[in-house]
Design a binder for this molecule. Structure first.
Ligand code: 13P
Length: 254
């Protein structure tokens, strides 16, 4: 990370965990532990937990995010949530294009692009997830593949809007597997994403963009990953569900 050039951001992705009552309890435990955070802290919770999380986090340094949003403002899209619905509640952030959505729910680079443009238009700060499969890594196409995901996601996104976008490099083979990318692997791909951003928007914009690593990040490996120049934070799954573990990762981002 390089706090002189860009924000360090530690975000929790709770995925499909915690009822509203459990969310309230987890945040009650977490908030005192991260009150002196030197980085930006975000919790991305299930839709039904948003009211409880917003209430618990009000007036604290912790921002609240959702885990997806649709590209339309309203309409016949059963089961979907629009960006305007999120902002109307006070939600500031949203994860887009997570590999679990790509794998299980038919998300494509094109739909990620539509969601991203709509989220930006509504005033949200999106966290866009990209990352290769194990097969793609073994084929040696990681950088090209991730670069393509970044380019398609950003079609039609202005330089001004890019300031609100965070990227999360999440190698699929490292998610929930306990198999973390090495700090060098994480640093290399995050640097590749920055090079793609530089080619699209110029060096200054690229240097100002936060790029997180995600995939089995925990209290034990966070400091080493964050020591990489181009790893500006983390998107944390499993370890974000335990307040002391998540707080330890936040503390590592100093
Ligand atoms: P884990 O930290 O559980 O590997 O999950 C990472 C992730 O998918 C965050 O979005």
């Amino acid at each position: 990370m390089n706090p002189a050039l860009r924000k360090t951001v530690i975000a929790g992705n709770w995925k499909m965990h915690k009822t509203p009552a459990e969310a309230k309890a987890l945040l009650g435990e977490l908030l005192p532990l991260v009150k002196d955070a030197a980085c930006q802290v975000i919790v991305c919770v299930p839709f039904v937990d948003l009211p409880a999380a917003l209430e618990a986090a009000a007036g604290t340094c912790v921002a609240v995010g959702a885990q997806n949003c649709h590209w339309e403002t309203s309409g016949a899209f059963t089961g979907e949530i629009s960006p305007a619905m999120l902002t109307s509640m006070g939600v500031s952030h949203v994860i887009l294009g997570h590999s679990e959505r790509r794998t299980y729910f038919g998300e494509t680079d094109q739909t990620v692009n539509r969601r991203l443009r709509a989220a930006l238009q509504a005033g949200l700060c999106p966290i866009v997830c990209v990352g290769e499969s194990l097969e793609q890594r073994q084929q040696g196409i990681t950088q090209e593949f991730v670069s393509m995901q970044v380019k398609i996601a950003l079609q039609g996104v202005s330089r001004e809007e890019l300031r609100r976008v965070t990227f999360a490099y999440e190698p699929i083979w490292a998610i929930g597997t306990g198999r973390t990318a090495t700090a060098e692997q994480a640093g290399e791909v995050c640097a590749g994403i920055r090079a793609t951003l530089a080619a699209l928007y110029g060096k200054e914009c690229a240097q100002g963009t936060t790029i997180q690593y995600g995939g089995s990040m925990n209290a034990g490996n966070a400091a080493e990953l964050l020591a990489q120049e181009d790893v500006d934070g983390g998107l944390i799954g499993g370890a974000s569900l335990k307040a002391p573990d998540f707080a330890a990762i936040v503390a590592a981002a100093r």
